[in-house]
Design a binder for this molecule. Structure first.
Ligand SMILES: Nc1ncnc2c1ncn2[C@@H]1O[C@H](COP(=O)(O)OP(=O)(O)O)[C@@H](O)[C@H]1O
Ligand SMILES: O=c1[nH]cc([C@@H]2O[C@H](COP(=O)(O)O)[C@@H](O)[C@H]2O)c(=O)[nH]1
Length: 363
């Protein structure tokens, strides 16, 4: 037992009914960090039978998409309305799943909640994802197709067109999630992507508020921004890209004042920490206690593949925050992981680990 674990144990012995939030406040720790300590004490057999003890592997619950991504790199100029010669590859994707894999590789216990078909695409996703996350609660629906995303890139590796079949997530409804209510109630942190239906977003927000569980929302794409609830109350982190932020302010965002206005609006809606990513220009970020700032992107020699950079950014920010790091370090971790992912042909880079990210941040 380390010092912090001893302090948690002493608190529990003083008052066995103290909530995790009260303990976290008393020890000046974030709730997920406290949950980690409780979980470790449970595994060591030091505490048993307490209602709030996290069920095994439920530290972070990612709720959202798990897709099979197909990528086509067109040789020459992309021409619409005709067949373009291209090289192709496929990989596993989906924003919720990508974030779950990044966090699994970063040493977190992650559970993925999603819906999928009973098809070959799911088998591929399952095999690639299983080492990094718990898939026990994935609902396989007999008549549905697993989510799929097809991207067409131009010669520079930039996205020319993407098509997505995400119909299966229309079935990721509160009625389905309520089957696992006990597990949800004891989560350490929720990460939700807006592949989820609006009702599901509202339901998870309600659980997060009632149980004081940190909630991270990641929009996925601008058309899905209409799935956001009217307020961002209970949202600990809201991380979106510039297109998605434009739907919040209702106009084009192209200068620092516009970014600041969008950040303010998100804070006014009730989010605690907000970040808007701006591609090669980096990110703009603010929180209820930290004024808006711009953070430069890390320079990249050659972009191999743009898919997954946004998800890599979100994952490293949340990883760093769960490890108790200050706001600017969290952003630096995000920028580093995004850069390394852009320079990699993979959506989630296989060399990612907690140790490697730490070293890369010091480079
Ligand atoms: N050309 C680039 N050079 C350096 N970093 C980049 C570049 N494009 C994207 N990034 C990094 O990836 C992050 C996410 O990219 P962005 O395009 O804003 O999001 P998304 O991929 O979700 O649309 C950026 O904040 C930045 O850190
Ligand atoms: O409506 C959606 N489009 C795209 C994705 C996923 O988004 C990822 C790409 O994310 P990024 O923006 O970070 O490149 C891909 O893996 C793709 O499957 C998704 O979940 N939902």
């Amino acid at each position: 037992m380390n010092e912090r674990e001893q302090a948690v144990l002493a608190l529990i012995r003083q008052n066995p009914f103290m909530s995790q939030q009260e303990m976290a406040d008393k020890m000046n720790l974030s709730r997920p960090v406290l949950a980690n300590l409780v979980s470790s004490l449970t595994k060591q057999g030091k505490i048993v039978g307490r209602a709030y003890i996290l069920p095994e592997e439920n530290e972070i619950i990612c709720i959202g998409g798990a897709n099979l991504d197909r990528k086509f790199h067109v040789k020459g100029t992309v021409q619409l309305g005709t067949s373009n010669p291209a090289s192709s590859s496929f990989s596993v994707g989906g924003v919720g799943r990508n974030i779950a894999e990044n966090l699994g590789r970063l040493n977190h216990e992650v559970t993925l909640l999603t819906t999928a078909g009973k098809d070959a695409d799911w088998l591929v996703i399952q095999e690639a994802s299983e080492p990094f996350m718990n898939l026990r609660y994935v609902e396989q629906l007999p008549d549905a197709a697993t989510g799929s995303y097809t991207a067409v890139m131009d010669e520079q590796g930039e996205l020319a067109l993407a098509v997505a079949n995400m119909e299966v997530y229309d079935l990721l409804l509160p009625s389905l999630l309520k089957q696992y209510e006990a597990m949800l109630m004891n989560a350490g942190c929720f990460i939700l992507d807006l592949n989820c239906p609006k009702e599901t977003v509202a339901y998870i927000q309600q659980v997060a508020i009632a149980r004081e569980i940190p909630l991270v929302i990641v929009p996925v794409s601008s058309p899905k921004m209409n799935r956001l609830p009217d307020t961002l109350q209970g949202v600990t982190w809201f991380i979106c890209n510039t297109d998605e932020a434009e739907t919040i302010v209702g106009h084009t965002i192209d200068n620092a004042a516009h970014y600041e206005k969008a950040l303010q609006k998100l804070l006014l809606l009730g989010a605690e920490h907000v970040i808007i990513t701006a591609g090669g220009k980096g990110v703009y970020a603010a929180s209820t206690t930290i004024t808006a700032s711009h953070f430069m992107a890390k320079a990249i020699e050659k972009i191999e593949d743009v898919t997954g950079a946004g998800d890599a950014f979100v994952s490293a920010v949340i990883h760093s925050w769960l490890r108790g790091q200050p706001f600017t370090t969290c952003i630096d971790a995000g920028l580093t992981n995004a850069k390394k992912t852009l320079a990699s042909p993979y959506t989630v880079r296989p060399e990612l680990s907690e140790e490697s990210l730490k070293n890369e941040m010091e480079e």
